[in-house]
Design a protein around this ligand. Structure first.
Ligand code: 9YT
Length: 148
């Protein structure tokens, strides 16, 4: 079992930041789950164009609000806590955060670790990996840093 705390992940290289967002990458490719799991904070007032040509992503908003616009159809969807959007067709899109937004995101295939958007809005497949596994848990041979 893997147990990992957001607070300690934020103090590690699992925290990746850009001008528009901060991403705490709780699960990555090296964890062997087949997907990555992130808690992403989008800064208020930002507009972020994205186009995940190499990944599928689902995003669940848990705080704050904004909107996501599909660039193929121009459809605009309000985003608020409890709303999920899934980029099941590698959809080219723009995310606008009206207030600071907190989201939980999953990526398939999983991110390796250090990905930030390239010029097209994608994450490259050859990004630098993060492999910290946390310390061994007392039971079950798992990995835990939840108390850290
Ligand atoms: C909501 C969104 O896609 N923001 C960009 C960051 C990404 N979710 C990540 O790397 O965590």
């Amino acid at each position: 079992m893997i147990v990992r705390a957001l607070r300690s992940a934020r103090q590690s290289e699992r925290r990746v930041t850009t001008e528009n967002w901060e991403s705490i990458r709780l699960l990555l490719e090296s964890d062997g789950m087949g997907f990555s799991l992130h808690v992403t904070t989008i800064r208020a007032g930002t507009t972020t164009p994205m186009w995940y040509q190499n990944h599928l992503e689902a995003v669940l908003c848990i705080a704050g609000e904004g909107e996501v616009q599909e660039l193929e159809s121009d459809a605009v969807h309000p985003i608020k806590p409890g709303t999920m959007y899934a980029l099941d067709r590698h959809d080219k899109h723009v995310l606008r955060a009206t207030t600071t937004m907190r989201t939980v995101c999953v990526f398939n295939p999983p991110l390796k670790g250090k990905e930030v958007h390239d010029a097209s809005g994608a994450y490259p497949l050859d990004a630098e990996a993060i492999c910290d596994k946390g310390v061994s848990a007392a039971r079950g041979g798992g990995r835990s840093d939840a108390g850290a």
